[in-house]
Design a protein around this ligand. Structure first.
Ligand code: LIP
Length: 267
């Protein structure tokens, strides 16, 4: 089941990303809410992804950011979790930091994923138990590994933000991260923030609430690259989102204490 879906997923993420990149920086922004942008290309790319999945795997269910859940989501053995353009605000403003994120979930845990960053021609992919990989510029894939940084005051943590949680909670989280001596960043794409942890560019990604389509792919990249994550999928995280924490192995427990989010017992 995995290898055919993984090959399909990699090709689909790359095709969808190249399609999205045609309108990079020139899309008209609509608002689903304050600081919650959407473009016509978000919907166009999700339609492309959905149609290819329906043709190749008609019995699978789909959950996407723009069109929601397909019929049979609760009963399906396999659910494709898609964000057609993660980092929409960046995409619409011509900031080269966005990605197509496609996760494939079975038994309420990610089975495989592909995440494509068109601005850098970076295709990330992983299958459970088979490592996390990155192909750049169409070249041979190299295996990813989280960083070995083991001191909080040498760590960089990305802190995702949205208006889905009170500003005071966000500021308190930032205070804890800064007081621990960590550098922090917020770059507007949870998917790429998690990919940065998997690639060893940063030591952690956290957010007080994130949706499953933003993180289903990135969480698998992190664990397959030797990192640790919280139990994002508990209490219907797939359907309603949850807080998220992903870390390298060395700083897992220390960052979990700073950010006040327990990591999954099974790294
Ligand atoms: C983004 C998420 C990110 C969050 C942003 C935004 P979108 O998703 O990936 O984690 O901090 O506010 O929600 O809306 O660009 O697909």
């Amino acid at each position: 089941m995995t290898s055919s879906r993984l090959d399909f997923c990699r090709q689909l993420a790359a095709d969808a990303g190249r399609h999205a990149h045609r309108a990079f920086g020139s899309s008209v922004i609509s608002l689903k809410g304050r600081h919650d942008e959407v473009t016509a290309m978000d919907r166009e790319v999700e339609d492309l992804i959905r149609s290819r999945i329906a043709q190749a795997f008609p019995d699978d269910a789909v959950l996407g950011e723009e069109a929601g859940a397909s019929r049979g989501l609760a009963e399906a053995a396999v659910v494709w979790v898609i964000d057609p353009i993660d980092g929409t605000a960046n995409y619409a403003r011509g900031i080269a930091h966005y990605a197509v994120s496609i996760g494939c979930v079975a038994g309420n845990q990610p089975l495989l994923c592909a995440l494509y960053d068109p601005s850098h021609d970076r295709l990330y992919h992983a299958a459970r138990g088979k490592g996390a990989w990155l192909s750049e510029g169409g070249g041979a894939a190299r295996r990813l590994a989280v960083s070995t940084v083991s001191a909080l005051d040498a760590a960089t943590v990305e802190v995702g933000w949205s208006l889905r949680r009170p500003q005071a909670d966000y500021l308190a989280l930032l205070q804890r991260v800064m007081s621990a001596g960590c550098a922090f960043r917020r770059a507007g794409s949870g998917a790429l923030g998690l990919a940065d942890v998997a690639a060893g560019r940063t030591e952690g990604y956290c957010e007080l609430h994130i949706n499953s389509w933003d993180c289903a792919a990135g969480l698998l990249l992190v664990t397959e690259a030797g990192g640790r994550v919280n139990d994002f999928f508990r209490d219907d995280g797939l359907g309603h989102g949850n807080p998220v924490l992903a870390t390298n192995a060395a700083l897992g427990e220390a960052l979990a204490a700073v950010i006040d989010m327990p990591l999954h017992t099974t790294p």
